[in-house]
Design a protein around this ligand. Structure first.
Ligand code: SP5
Ligand code: ZN
Length: 344
């Protein structure tokens, strides 16, 4: 399969995140993409650099103010205090119920609260450049597929599916899957389906397309009653306005086994067929793996071959976008199993 990878992902290398009140090393590590890249090369997949600028697509899926904030965030953090170069900004105040997000504060740390859904998504000096390179990679894969490639894989980090129209969160900054879906639309696909198989609900992707009838969002994920992102991903979220009926959430209990997961996949795929999608984006999180350190589904490495086979049966031009997956040493094998299953 044609794949797109850039070493610029390594510019996003924050040191720590908060976990149970402590700072711990980030789960979303630079090594994730290194392992995936190594496995792609070892198993004979063609790897190219991004060759499309995603800038024209970004404002179609994110707000301009959010984009401007994200691009300038590190410089503004440094402007507060040069010693901040050795520290990471985290939000500490959020405009939740009764507070106003429409009056954007001028203070950087307050804006950080406006544009973040959690305090688990650290920014560092290279975050914008890495995230932008990842979005470029997604736009590149979409172009290849719209020009006739059967499928392409975006081997990128940081991930994207928690990033909403105007906020970051869940280790995500720019929504790469949304960029790919929008780029496929721009290239002429009338209807695009996004199938999100990450352990966590893709709240950002859902929010971006929630009122649209041209992009269907279908997600399998840990039940938000117990699993991050907690505040979206329930089965009663079906889309709104023109988008009503084009959003399908299939939450499964933490601990769900592979058989239940594949049954839900079949239900999601039936809806994609009924929608009449002309192209498919797969938000390929591999944190459904049985040994993932932060997730609770039980898929084996062989199950990822099966996943690839099942997705191929939709017979659609397909862009795979890497999302989560924190069992780092197994990530390359598991990701490439999906691609090899797809091509088998
Ligand atoms: C893209 C993606 O997979 N983002 C996930 C973000 C999850 N952030 C919250 C992590 C909280 C970890 N809770 C772990 C419990 C382990 N016992
Ligand atoms: Zn995830």
């Amino acid at each position: 399969m044609r794949t797109v990878f850039t070493p610029l992902h390594a510019l996003h290398a924050p040191a720590t995140e908060f976990f149970r009140g402590e700072r711990v090393p980030c789960f979303e590590k630079v090594d994730r993409a290194r392992y995936v890249h190594e496995a792609l090369v070892a198993r004979g997949h063609r790897v190219d650099a991004p060759e499309v600028d995603s800038r024209p697509v970004l404002p179609q899926v994110h707000g301009e103010r959010y984009l401007a904030f994200l691009e300038s965030a590190w410089a503004r953090w440094l402007a507060l205090d040069p010693a901040n170069a050795e520290r990471q900004p985290f939000p500490s105040t959020w405009p939740i119920r009764t507070l106003r997000a429409d009056r954007e504060p001028s203070e950087f740390s307050a804006q950080l609260g406006v544009y973040s859904m959690d305090n688990g998504t650290p920014i560092c000096a290279g975050t914008w450049d890495a995230a932008k390179a990842g979005a470029d990679a997604a736009a590149t894969a979409a172009r290849w597929v719209s020009q006739g490639e059967r499928a392409a894989f975006v081997a990128t980090r940081p991930p994207g599916h928690h990033a909403g129209p105007d906020f970051m969160g869940g280790y995500c900054f720019l929504n790469n899957a949304a960029v790919a879906a929008q780029a496929l639309r721009n290239a002429g696909a009338a209807r695009v389906a996004v199938l999100d198989v990450d352990y966590h609900h893709g709240n950002g992707t859902q929010a971006i397309f929630y009122e649209r009838a041209d992009v269907q969002f279908v997600s399998l994920h840990g039940d938000p009653r117990t699993e991050f992102p907690f505040f979206l991903g329930h089965a009663d979220e079906v889309g709104a306005g023109a988008g009503q009926g084009f959003n399908l959430n299939l939450p499964l209990p933490a601990g769900a086994l592979a058989d239940a997961w594949f049954d839900a996949l079949a239900a999601g795929m039936a809806r994609i067929r009924a929608f009449g999608a002309e192209a498919l984006v797969v938000s390929l999180g591999l944190d459904t793996f049985e040994h993932d350190p932060i997730s609770k589904f039980k898929l084996s490495s062989d199950d990822f071959l099966r996943l690839g086979e099942r997705v191929a049966s939709l017979d659609l031009p397909t862009v795979f976008v890497l999302e989560g997956g924190y069992a780092v040493e197994a990530l390359g094998q598991n990701a490439v199993n999906v691609l090899d299953g797809f091509e088998s």
